[in-house]
Design a protein around this ligand. Structure first.
Ligand code: ATP
Ligand code: MG
Length: 294
């Protein structure tokens, strides 16, 4: 970890917007025991809000803190896999999450890939995952398939992050059923809140019918541009509407994130001393400090 990246001065926060002193989230103690993973889908049915970027970079930051992290690509676009340098479209069906989802006898450990980040693994996906959505419709317990799949590795990992596709279809429903809590990235733009109302209704339905203990861990403001009044106004509106549910850490807009996709690695290694890396590292510490993960 570079020295500069450990400073939080480059990171935007809701506290600085509200003219409060930002908290200083401590570096958590290393875990003495691993396992009993907290399962956290990164969800928003709106496209392009930073779900995949958050999955990769929060995951890498948690791994830096000594956590055993599994990232699950649960979007047929395969962007998470590609963002970690995996040529997802060349993978056979048997080498992806589809296989373990549909065949309870398959060996998940053979399908999980190591990433370039020590401690962070990947369950990859490609476009064939879309067929699971269709096949699952007629299956008994169709919302429970991912939960059953992850049960076999839950004891090894500390945190499992699931990169969801931008819909509230059956795949996302599977992620919400498997979840302990969700993180919702909201892009700091005008219609952000409108989509979130619909997502909240769905979370409530999942709580009622499938997963009573499902929590909203936090809303993460993304692509924030402190130079524009619009971005600041939207963030203020989000804070007014959900004063207790927004992560203090805010992810600013920077071209470094699109660059990392091309590089196929997290920002924490691609540009380790950048503000973008510092913000996801701060988010990882905040997530642990507020009890969203251990
Ligand atoms: N903070 C940021 N600043 C600038 N660009 C960003 C930021 N976060 C993500 N991006 C870029 O915005 C685009 C969309 O981000 P990302 O793929 O993470 O969103 P997503 O919610 O996963 O999209 P989808 O709904 O299509 O899966 C990508 O090109 C990504 O590199
Ligand atoms: Mg995505």
């Amino acid at each position: 970890m570079s020295v500069k990246s450990t400073f939080d001065s480059d990171v935007a926060t809701t506290a600085s917007l509200l003219k409060r002193k930002p908290k200083s989230w401590p570096v958590p103690a290393p875990l003495t025991e691993h396992g009993n993973a907290t399962i956290i889908p990164i969800v928003n049915q709106k496209g392009g809000v930073g779900k995949t970027t958050t999955t990769i970079n929060l995951g890498a930051s948690l791994a830096e803190l000594g956590r055993r992290v599994l990232l699950v690509d649960f979007d047929p676009q395969g962007a998470l896999s590609v963002g970690l340098g995996v040529n997802a479209h060349e993978l056979q069906l048997e080498e992806t999450v589809y296989q373990v989802l549909m065949d309870p006898h398959s060996d998940i450990e053979k399908i999980i890939l190591k990433t370039s980040i020590p401690g962070m693994d990947l369950l990859p996906a490609n476009k064939e995952l879309a067929t699971a959505e269709v096949t699952l419709v007629n299956e008994m317990g169709r919302e429970n398939f991912l939960k059953r799949t992850l049960a076999s590795v839950k004891d090894y990992y500390d945190i499992i992050l699931i990169d969801c596709q931008p819909t509230l279809g059956l795949l996302t429903l599977n992620a919400l059923t498997a979840a302990d809590g969700v993180i919702v990235p909201l892009q700091c733009e005008f219609f952000a809140l409108r989509g979130f109302a619909q997502l909240q209704e769905n979370l409530e339905k999942v709580r009622l019918n499938l997963n009573p203990s499902l929590k909203l861990i936090g809303i993460l403001a993304t692509m924030y541009d402190k130079k524009t009044l619009h971005s600041r106004e939207v963030l203020e509106r989000i804070l007014e509407a959900f004063p207790d549910s927004v992560f203090e850490t805010v992810i600013s807009q920077t071209v470094r994130f699109p660059e990392t996709t091309v590089a196929g690695e997290p920002i924490t290694t691609y540009a380790g001393s950048s503000g973008g890396a510092a913000s996801y590292r701060r988010l990882a510490r905040e997530l642990i400090a507020i009890g969203g993960a251990r």
